[in-house]
Design a protein around this ligand. Structure first.
Ligand code: FMN
Length: 171
């Protein structure tokens, strides 16, 4: 075998290496929501989310073409909501990571200027889509922060392929 070829699934093969390396990248757990063309609420769980710029305040999120939320977020809705989930919202995270047709059935939520706003998140940002970068099988969505609230409290964290972590600062 040539030295630059390694078996698929090996920790040194790029895809395996990527998965292992990214498991060490701790992130918040976000639910991104928007209104569908038929007026119903849509949304998905996303950990590929980050601050894009502080001025203007804007966030970025990577959305897979394969998700049903993709067309809603990238083509239809000009506004979307970003919820950084609280530590006790693991079940909400699982619902939004699923392909359920009624993710909102058991939730406390309301419309906020055409954006579905979930109760109980650590932070909620209502954003206006300002740019989309399309590459491979994902789109990077940029949203300018319009409004929202920061309740505080302990956030849900995704690291080492788990989200049942508890922050325990020293002292
Ligand atoms: C921990 C975790 C993180 C995820 N992060 C993302 C992400 O950043 N972007 C994305 O498009 N999908 C992500 N997903 C997958 C979507 O949540 C999932 O495909 C969902 O079913 C899409 O729902 P929809 O088809 O109703 O839009 C993630 C899933 C999990 C479990």
């Amino acid at each position: 075998m040539a030295e630059d070829r390694v078996p698929a699934g090996s920790p040194t093969e790029p895809a395996g290496l990527f998965r292992d390396a990214m498991s060490a990248l701790a992130s918040g757990v976000a639910v991104v929501t928007a209104r569908r063309a038929d007026g119903l609420p849509a949304g998905l769980l996303a950990t590929s989310i980050a601050a894009y710029s502080a001025a203007p305040p804007s966030i970025m999120v990577s959305v897979a073409h394969a998700s049903r939320s993709h067309a809603v977020l990238v083509e239809h809705a000009g506004l979307f909501g970003v919820h950084l989930l609280a530590r006790n919202q693991e079940e909400t995270a699982r619902v939004f990571a699923s392909r359920s047709d009624d993710k909102y059935a058991e939730l406390d939520w309301e419309w906020d200027h055409e954006v579905p706003r979930l109760a109980g998140a650590v932070s909620y940002l209502r954003c206006a889509r300002s740019a989309v970068f399309d590459h491979y099988d994902h789109s990077v969505l940029i949203g300018d922060v319009l409004d929202g609230h920061h309740e505080g409290g302990e956030p849900l964290l995704w690291v080492r392929r788990r989200m049942d972590w508890r922050l325990s600062p020293e002292g």
